[in-house]
Design a protein around this ligand. Structure first.
Ligand code: PRP
Ligand code: MN
Ligand code: MG
Length: 183
């Protein structure tokens, strides 16, 4: 990751705060999936950091990892809820316990679409682990089993989250300085 610079207004969640919360989430996941199959599904690209740092804390000896890339299409407004698959899973979900791993739930529309898509493939279960959730997510009914932090409705970047593909590599979650998105 890169160091802080003038583009970041403030650190919302430090590396230490994130690490500590991921420890707790991993322990809960281990307890819930003990003796069960577990397939972690990361949603590219934002979920890369959460997937890496959460999965390595999970003690479950047979947890598998797979990836999906999805994108809204049409008008380009993110909140259309119409999603297309850019990269599908390699795994057959029949009978699997799927845990979707996300960085953030904003409108909740991506996740809502993804849950129904994966549920249609015959899995034993589909649950969600997300590091961040914005208050806007309350508008869509998405059942999220594991949440790291409920955050204010601000533009956040870092720890996988981007603004125009930048800032994903920051090791913390920070708010973006207004001059970045107003210029
Ligand atoms: C972001 C984020 C979530 C989604 C949340 O992904 O990583 O996947 O938006 O938004 P929603 O709740 O309003 O649907 P994005 O589409 O920016 O792709 P990226 O992960 O590649 O950055
Ligand atoms: Mn994403
Ligand atoms: Mg993005």
């Amino acid at each position: 990751g890169s160091a802080d610079n003038g583009d970041i207004q403030s650190v919302l969640l430090s590396e230490a705060q994130i690490a500590s919360r991921l420890d707790e989430m991993a322990a809960q996941i281990d307890a819930d999936y003990a003796g069960k199959d577990l397939l972690l599904v990361g949603v590219l690209k934002g979920a890369v950091m959460v997937m890496a740092d959460l999965s390595r804390r999970i003690q479950h000896s047979e947890a598998a990892m797979d990836w999906m890339a999805v994108s809204s299409y049409g008008s380009g407004t993110k909140s259309s809820g119409v999603v297309r698959i850019l990269k599908d899973l390699d795994a057959d979900l029949t009978g699997r316990n799927v845990l979707i791993v996300e960085d953030i739930i904003d409108s909740g529309l991506t996740l809502s679409w993804l849950i129904s898509n994966l549920r249609s493939r015959g899995p034993a279960s589909v649950e969600v682990a997300a590091l961040l959730r914005k208050p806007t997510a309350a508008k869509v009914e998405v059942d999220v089993r594991y949440i790291g932090f409920d955050i204010p409705n601000e533009f956040v970047v870092g720890f996988g989250l981007d603004y125009a593909e930048k800032f994903r590599t920051l090791p913390f979650v920070g708010t973006l300085a207004p001059h970045v998105y107003s210029s």
